[in-house]
Write a protein that binds this ligand. Structure first.
Ligand SMILES: CC(=O)N[C@H]1[C@@H](OP(=O)(O)OP(=O)(O)OC[C@H]2O[C@@H](n3ccc(=O)[nH]c3=O)[C@H](O)[C@@H]2O)O[C@H](CO)[C@@H](O)[C@@H]1O
Length: 363
């Protein structure tokens, strides 16, 4: 199998979760799996760390408006398809799966041209540009939100959920918070802005940090790797309480999530798959910088059933973050109700469903 998806964690972790399940069930061995990404994307750090065979191609994203740069991009796309074809011909996979991001565009397109069975996985409630393009060539389009079905060729669509949901659904509380110097018996609020961090959320955290330090609940905050130095400088004059911990990135999120009482974060689709798989109450601050504002739609599906609260980014500052956090962390009953509502949206067998689609194509 060749897997390709990249740029941000939201496209990478579902692929890794699928790979983990395939290996666990003995369907594929490590040397039967190749991950194709880019050097620049987060995948070049995350995937090799997992011991998965990894190779890269060079790809560039399309600009929304027509520009000279686009011609360069088109020529690079053609080159990356050629390079992908070489990789596919050499590895000879039975199936190729794309989980989004520009890199998967080249790889899945190349495989489809070589008549290899292909699947694209769309995590979001609004179709990504790459997946929409690929849906014309791929054999199947696996989705995680029923509402996105209409954006793809009807006959190819299968609702599977997001494999990351199955990976976290089986996790139990295990006191991994102690590794951060926190006490797992005290309710803990996890704050992070998607896989790359979000400046506005980071800023609000810095403003609220002195007040968080006086609360009876704990706060674990991940700034995103690239923002960490700046955050440390800003926190230099703040006397952080023992109950507040700031880190650049949480490497092993599935191990941590069962121990957190609530989450403040973006509304990336893979984060939401985790939140609903485990039933974690959340305050969502959708990124306004994504295609067709899809994070608002992602978030709305949780808000509509009482599983989450939403703060729009323009209303976010230290005071509004603190007020929302205090409200949620002081009301265990409300958290329980939100947790129950969230869990009803979860798809804890998403990997099994996606594997069934793969097997159907390759049998
Ligand atoms: C800005 C952008 O383009 N965002 C998109 C991107 O988000 P992004 O890459 O932020 O994706 P998600 O929020 O969906 O997922 C983030 C993933 O990173 C993990 N994590 C995060 C922080 C950390 O410290 N450690 C860690 O492991 C989370 O547990 C989760 O598995 O892909 C998502 C899925 O297609 C889309 O819905 C988002 O709109």
């Amino acid at each position: 199998m060749i897997v390709s998806g990249g740029g941000t964690g939201g496209h990478i972790y579902p692929a890794l979760a699928l790979i983990e399940e395939l290996k666990k069930r003995g369907i594929a061995k490590n040397n039967e799996i190749l991950y194709v990404g880019t050097k620049k994307g987060l995948e070049s750090r995350i995937v090799p760390d997992q011991g998965i065979h990894f190779t890269t191609i060079k790809v560039q994203g399309f600009k929304r408006s027509l520009s000279l740069e686009n011609f360069k991009t088109i020529s690079e796309f053609i080159q990356s398809v050629q390079r992908s074809k070489k990789i596919v011909k050499k590895f000879k996979p039975d199936v190729v799966i794309g989980t989004g991001g520009y890199v998967s565009g080249a790889v899945v397109f190349a495989a489809a041209r070589l008549h290899i069975p292909t699947i694209v996985h769309e995590q979001n409630s609004v179709a990504g540009v790459t997946n929409k393009f690929l849906s014309h060539f791929a054999n199947k389009v696996a989705i995680a939100f029923p509402s996105v079905a209409d954006e793809f060729p009807h006959k190819k669509v299968v609702m599977t959920g997001n494999p990351r949901a199955q990976q976290v659904a089986g996790m139990k509380p295990n006191d991994r918070l102690s590794e951060f110097g926190l006490d797992a018996t005290i309710p803990t609020l996890l704050i992070f802005g998607g896989s790359r961090g979000a400046e506005k959320i980071n800023q609000a955290f810095v403003e609220a940090a002195p007040a968080f330090s006086k609360r009876t609940y704990q706060v674990l905050f991940a700034s995103g790797q690239v923002h960490y130095d700046a955050i440390q400088k800003q926190l230099a004059d703040v006397q952080l309480g023992k109950n507040v911990v700031a880190v650049p990135y949480i490497q092993d999120m599935p191990e941590i999530l069962p121990d957190v009482a609530a989450i403040v974060g973006r509304a990336g689709a893979t984060s939401l798959a985790e939140i609903t798989a485990l039933g974690i109450p959340s305050i969502l601050i959708p990124s306004p910088y994504v295609t067709h504002n899809h994070q608002v739609k992602n978030a709305q599906s949780l808000v509509d059933v009482g599983a989450a609260k939403m703060i729009t980014e323009d209303k976010l500052d230290g005071a509004s973050l603190l007020a929302a956090a205090d409200e949620l962390m002081s009301d265990a009953d409300a958290r329980q109700q939100m947790a129950t509502a969230a869990k009803q949206l979860g798809v804890p067998d998403a990997s099994d469903q996606l594997i069934a689609v793969m097997q159907e194509l390759t049998d």
